[in-house]
Design a protein around this ligand. Structure first.
Ligand SMILES: NC(=O)C1=CN([C@@H]2O[C@H](COP(=O)(O)OP(=O)(O)OC[C@H]3O[C@@H](n4cnc5c(N)ncnc54)[C@H](O)[C@@H]3O)[C@@H](O)[C@H]2O)C=CC1
Ligand SMILES: O=C(CO)COP(=O)(O)O
Length: 316
């Protein structure tokens, strides 16, 4: 278990769905460990059916917009009951507010589903810089198998038994990363950034607890860890969205030129919908939402946050 190399004696076949930045990085990690890796892209020549045929693991690194459709397509193909699904998407479904793992689990109720999430800026991983992540599942053996497939001296993989918390940590932090980009773009300083990220974590925990996730999970790699990575790195697309909004660009201009997917834009809208339904206070998300809608300026968003009613610090 502690020696990742042991799994090379027992290679698995892994289908990676989505050949974007993250799918490619994950495919390289599994291939470097000696596993048989097949990558499917909607723009590629191989059919989805051929790629998923007889594999041990199907890992989805598709943007949120494609998850339901691709999962439904996979459902129409014959699969071994032992096939494990891994989801690496960090988003929420606009129709149902479901997480990607909830979509995969609903479509494949008899299969193990594992969530993979952590502070994993794909460019750094492609540069072979060291990183750590979490694989979480209600079925411990499935998480342990996925841990072995991806673990190496440059990618340290931890297991976790709170898949919802791990998934929400990676997903909700994208909204805070947009806010952090605004904070840096406006040059508000280190104190402001620390306050924003810390209060952002409180907001994430409040939403996560309401959803049924465990508080402690959000202090781990997929919550606090991913906040630290994305709120401090220009490599984060979500951070870039915020930074450029602070610079006066419109959201349309930013998204037209952005390389890859900034899931926080959609997640923010879905989160506002869910917070209203569940009556959860999400002050930072609200300001990011108004900003993305073009209803306020970054400076107005800042004032709104600073002038809220004073209150005790802990109020999950
Ligand atoms: N790039 C990164 O550093 C990380 C990204 N993620 C998450 O992984 C997911 C993918 O991110 P990236 O690879 O960076 O994005 P990307 O934009 O580079 O790639 C997205 C992939 O999804 C596919 N796709 C999009 N819509 C589709 C549809 N309707 N049907 C089929 N395929 C579709 C695209 O063809 C592409 O292969 C996102 O949810 C992101 O939050 C998670 C961790 C790290
Ligand atoms: O989730 C990520 C790193 O963990 C990637 O962040 P972005 O999607 O903002 O680039």
């Amino acid at each position: 278990m502690t020696n990742p190399k042991s799994e090379i004696q027992n290679p698995k076949s892994v289908a990676i769905l989505g050949a974007g930045a993250w799918g490619t990085a994950l495919a390289n990690l599994a291939a470097a460990n000696g596993h048989e890796v097949r990558v499917w892209s909607r723009h590629g020549s191989q059919t989805l059916e051929a790629v998923v045929k007889d594999v041990h693991i199907i890992l989805s690194a598709i943007s949120m917009t494609g998850v339901r459709d691709v999962a439904s397509q996979v459902h129409s193909f014959p699969l071994s009951p032992e096939t494990i699904f891994v989801t690496a998407t960090k988003g929420l479904d606009p129709q149902t507010t479901c997480t990607p793992s909830q979509i995969w689990q609903t479509i494949f109720p008899n299969h193990a589903v594992v969530v993979l999430s952590g502070p994993n800026l794909s460019k750094e991983i492609q540069m072979q810089l060291p990183a750590a992540t979490v694989v979480a599942s209600n079925i411990p053996t499935a998480a342990e198998l996925v841990q072995l497939v991806f673990s190496s001296h440059r990618f340290r993989v931890y297991t976790n038994s709170d898949p919802l918390g791990v998934e929400l940590g990676g997903t909700l932090k994208n909204v805070i990363a947009i806010a952090a980009g605004v904070c840096d773009g406006l040059q508000l300083g280190t104190n402001a950034k620390a306050a924003l990220v810390t209060r952002g974590l409180t907001e994430i925990i409040r939403v996560g607890n309401n959803w049924g996730a465990k508080t402690g999970t959000f202090y781990g790699l997929s919550g606090l860890g991913d906040l630290l990575a994305t709120c401090n790195s220009p490599l984060s697309r979500n951070y870039q969205v915020g930074y450029q909004l602070a610079g006066g660009k419109t959201l349309t201009e930013i998204l037209t030129n952005l390389q890859g997917t900034a899931e926080g834009v959609n997640t923010c809208r879905v989160l506002i919908q869910r917070a209203k339904q569940q009556n959860i206070a999400v002050p930072i998300t609200e300001q990011v939402y108004h900003l993305l809608q073009g209803q306020i300026t970054p400076r107005q968003a800042l004032d709104e946050l600073m002038l809220r009613d004073i209150k005790p610090e802990y109020n999950y």
